[in-house]
Design a protein around this ligand. Structure first.
Ligand code: ATP
Ligand code: MG
Length: 157
């Protein structure tokens, strides 16, 4: 199924913005082709990443959602300026039931499933998911999904 991922992102950003007064969701969406995948599931991934960005940035207002095309993929980045993740915890965040331990665990409730589910969805869509983060500075979660074939390179007749 081919769909417009920018449309999904803008609608979600608008809906989620209405649920929070402490954060400002910005979008930086480049012109992208239709992507291939399960729209509802990929929408769930974007929700998981935005709600994490909000949850783990209690003192930082801004969250930026970027999208752009790179070759035959569309890359989405959800960037926050919150608590960040230490280098030793970073490789584990996509594991099932993994939560960064310590004080953080009590401050922010959760099951440790959101990122695991997100990474399963993205892998099954033929995509990739990864993260860059600096403790105390913030995190950028990225995912890439394939461009829908018909919009990638076929000539317009
Ligand atoms: P839930 O199952 O409700 O999503 P969760 O948010 O704890 O619970 P994940 O979304 O899988 O679980 O995230 C796993 C862990 O990764 C979190 O507990 C948190 O420690 C860390 N983490 C995830 N997103 C961020 C972020 N944007 N900034 C800092 N830490 C994060
Ligand atoms: Mg979560």
């Amino acid at each position: 199924q081919a769909f417009n991922l920018n449309q999904v992102i803008s609608n979600l950003a608008e809906d989620i913005q209405r649920t929070t007064e402490n954060h400002v969701l910005e979008t930086n969406l480049k012109t992208i082709p239709a992507v291939f995948g399960d729209k509802d599931r990929i929408e769930q991934v974007v929700i998981n990443l935005i709600t994490n960005a909000i949850k783990y940035s209690p003192h930082a207002k801004k969250i930026i959602i970027h999208s752009q095309q790179m070759d035959d993929e569309v890359i989405v980045c959800i960037q926050d300026f919150g608590v960040g993740i230490s280098p030793q915890n970073l490789p584990k965040v996509f594991e099932q039931f993994y939560r960064v331990s310590g004080e953080m665990q009590h401050t922010f409730p959760g099951l440790g499933l959101g990122l695991y589910i997100s990474s399963e969805i993205i892998k099954r869509s033929g995509g990739r998911i990864w993260v860059n983060s600096t403790e105390g500075k913030g995190s950028s979660f990225y995912f890439a999904v394939p461009v829908a074939k018909s919009s990638a390179s076929s000539p317009v007749l």
